[in-house]
Design a protein around this ligand. Structure first.
Ligand SMILES: NC(=O)c1ccc[n+]([C@@H]2O[C@H](COP(=O)([O-])OP(=O)(O)OC[C@H]3O[C@@H](n4cnc5c(N)ncnc54)[C@H](O)[C@@H]3O)[C@@H](O)[C@H]2O)c1
Length: 260
């Protein structure tokens, strides 16, 4: 019996990067998966690869309606929902406050927090009734930036600290029916995009010159992660058999920031 046999998961940002690796791992463990993402091309490729066990919706996590539509699609296709994984997020190109232009500050803040924080809240809210019915669980992707400074700029780091707050508060509010936990990756080789307006030079994360070397050098394990390095932790937290007493917890998968 696979760990997530007959389980159904809704994940945001599952078309690429860490989310995509988590989708692959959930499918391998027997789950069916719905993915909400902005990247139409990558969603089509995913749907074509897994026509039976995957459903996709091209939409924006900042829209409650898009999240609700993804849940409706899930229930229609698979009849239940056992886990919501909030994962879609945007970066800030390591921009310190001193480099943010005053005229862009409020707009960049709003855009980044809408995706990284409101996006998770929208997904949780839209999934609530279905998760209560299944006694399900929620997993939110954090980051080493949820605990330590220097792994992003001021907007990204504060948004990920807010995600840690979300996990604690929601674990408290939604108990005992629904467990709420997080996985906290460190630097990972993905094309994570930055929010507009933080830098005229902003480019995907793993295109930044020296990113791989600096990221590896920053942690005791001395290497940058692959997206798939984190995936088993999501399976552990999604399984009510394997982590039944774990809620309000974040598992670190960051090469050892705490041990620096
Ligand atoms: N890459 C890293 O170094 C790193 C480190 C720590 C934490 N994380 C976290 O991992 C998660 C995944 O990031 P990633 O590195 O895989 O990035 P990624 O860009 O490869 O994947 C993110 C996915 O989210 C989607 N997305 C972005 N904005 C969206 C929106 N508004 N609506 C719907 N979909 C949207 C993108 O299209 C993409 O498919 C994020 O929460 C990120 O903060 C990443």
């Amino acid at each position: 019996m696979k760990t997530l046999e007959n389980k159904v998961v809704f994940i945001s940002g599952g078309a690429d990067g860490i989310g995509r690796a988590v989708v692959e791992r959930f499918l391998a463990e027997g789950a069916c998966v719905t993915v909400l993402d902005l990247n139409q091309e990558k969603l089509e490729a995913l749907q074509a690869q897994y026509p039976e066990t995957v459903r996709t919706l091209c939409g924006d996590v900042t829209s409650y309606a898009d999240n609700a539509q993804a849940v409706a699609l899930t229930l229609d296709a698979f009849g239940r929902l056992d886990s919501f994984v909030g994962n879609a997020a945007v970066f800030d190109y390591f921009a310190p406050l001193s480099r943010l232009k005053p005229e862009n500050l409020a707009e960049s803040f709003d855009k980044l927090f809408h995706v990284n924080v409101l996006g998770y809240l929208n997904g949780v809210k839209a999934s609530l009734e279905a998760l209560k019915a299944s006694q399900g669980n929620i997993i939110l992707t954090v980051s080493n930036s949820g605990f330590y400074p220097g792994g992003g700029g001021v907007l990204y780091v504060t948004s990920k600290h807010a995600v840690v707050g979300l996990i604690k508060q929601l674990a408290y509010e939604l108990a005992p029916e629904i467990r709420v936990n997080g996985v906290s990756p460190g630097a990972t080789d993905t094309e994570m995009k930055s929010v507009e307006g933080v830098s005229s030079k902003a480019q995907p994360l793993n295109h930044i010159q020296g990113f791989h070397e600096k990221a590896a050098d920053a942690v005791p394990l001395k290497r940058i992660a692959k997206a798939s390095d984190h995936a088993a932790l999501y399976v552990l937290l999604a399984s009510n058999e394997q982590s039944p007493m774990t809620t309000g917890c974040v598992i670190h998968s960051d090469g050892g920031w705490v041990a620096r």
